[in-house]
Ligand binder design. Structure first.
Ligand code: ATP
Ligand code: MG
Length: 357
């Protein structure tokens, strides 16, 4: 039993974000009650459809005061591409959170759930169960560089990778700590030091240095090319996989793709020190093609809520949700269209909520 009352900023956003959020909240409320977690949800309408249309921006100017003191942000999806370009929606909300709240970890589980068809042949639940940890603030995604002599035959462009010791060490520390907390205690680092000859050897060097402070963790490294192949060929080899911004980006899409539908994949953008709120959101977007039909799979949203509880330190409540998802999927009776069923979003959310214990 924890005495603290958590305050969660709830931002459903656009499209199916608004449809899956109520199911996420439904399940969180049940798990909170069963595990004695006290939680208050404050709703915000930051979005393209409800907010940008009226105000010409995604969030009010004082958004940071409004949500910066919350314990976490539970986020659906933003985007209304018919009216507002995707980059405006994203840079006007999520990317601001990542930067202003120093969410330097992007975390995604890769876990094959029962009854979910994997594109990989002959894999059973239990074979694939690992985490991808992506550096979220620097690396290859810097805007350092430029273009000269445009539209001439002397034209050239350059863009730099930026790695700072603080930035590299903090993501590695997070990944090693996660590995240490797991039964296998195994960390894999993504590199490419045979081709990228300055920054990647530096990354490797910092991995080696960090490994010395985690003597209980076994570690190895693979070049990104063979590592992606091994995600497909030997997903059972992995436990925690850490990568720079670019490599982590690739791996954190490939991993969940190996375990089935985008509708169930969750993610966290995390500030591990808890100086700022972290964001928990499904991997999918606002999915305008199916919005308004009530058929979206709410499991990505629900599972993101489980990650949020775990981040807050409410491990049992979090685990009870993941177990409930697993049992619901295993029973195969209430599944949404993307999983071959005909249950609607609400029926699926209710089924998971009933499984929580
Ligand atoms: P983005 O925000 O990346 O632009 P999007 O909103 O354009 O994303 P995605 O969310 O990436 O779309 O969805 C890709 C495809 O997967 C779409 O056809 C969409 O209908 C489907 N999809 C996404 N999420 C779900 C879900 N929760 N349940 C069922 N289908 C989904
Ligand atoms: Mg889109």
């Amino acid at each position: 039993m924890s005495k603290k009352q958590y305050r969660i900023a709830v931002i459903p956003g656009d499209g199916i974000g608004k449809e899956v959020m109520p199911e996420g909240l439904r399940v969180l409320e049940v798990a909170a009650k069963k595990h004695g977690v006290s939680v208050q949800f404050d709703h915000f309408d930051f979005s393209s459809y409800d907010y940008y249309e009226k105000h010409g921006q995604m969030m009010p100017d004082d958004w940071k005061e409004k949500i910066g003191k919350h314990d976490a942000i539970y986020f659906g999806a933003v985007g209304w591409p018919a009216k507002i370009p995707d980059h405006v929606s994203l840079w006007g909300s999520l990317i601001k959170f990542r930067r202003e709240f120093d969410q330097y970890v992007n975390l995604r589980p890769v876990r094959l759930m029962p009854g979910v068809p994997s594109p990989l042949a002959n894999r059973k639940p239990g074979d694939i169960d690992f985490w991808v940890v992506r550096e979220n603030t620097e690396g290859e995604y810097s805007s350092v560089g430029g273009r000269m002599f445009p539209d001439t035959d002397r034209e050239f462009v350059t863009q730099q990778t930026v790695m700072t010791r603080i930035g590299v060490d903090r993501i590695l520390k997070f990944a090693f700590e996660l590995a240490q907390s797991r039964p296998k205690k195994h960390l894999t680092s993504a590199t490419k030091s045979n081709g990228i000859s300055i920054t990647m050897p530096y990354w490797d060097e910092r991995v080696e240095a960090m490994a010395k402070t985690f003597p209980g963790v076994k570690w190895d490294k693979y070049h990104i090319d063979i590592l992606t192949a091994n995600f497909v060929l030997h997903p059972d080899w992995f436990d925690v996989v850490v990568g720079s911004n670019l490599f982590g980006d690739i791996l954190s899409d490939l991993g969940p793709a190996c375990t089935g539908t985008i509708g169930i994949a969750p993610s966290g953008n995390i500030n591990p020190e808890r100086n700022f709120p972290s964001v928990f959101e499904p991997v999918h977007g606002s999915a305008p093609d199916i919005a308004g039909q009530g058929i979206a799979n709410p499991i990505g949203m629900i599972w993101s809520g489980a990650m949020m509880f775990e981040h807050l330190g409410e491990k049992e409540a979090g685990k009870s949700i993941v177990d409930a998802i697993e049992r619901t999927l295993a029973e195969r009776t209430l599944r949404t269209k993307d999983l071959g069923g005909n249950a609607d979003t609400t029926a699926c959310g209710k089924a998971v909520a009933e499984m929580v214990d």
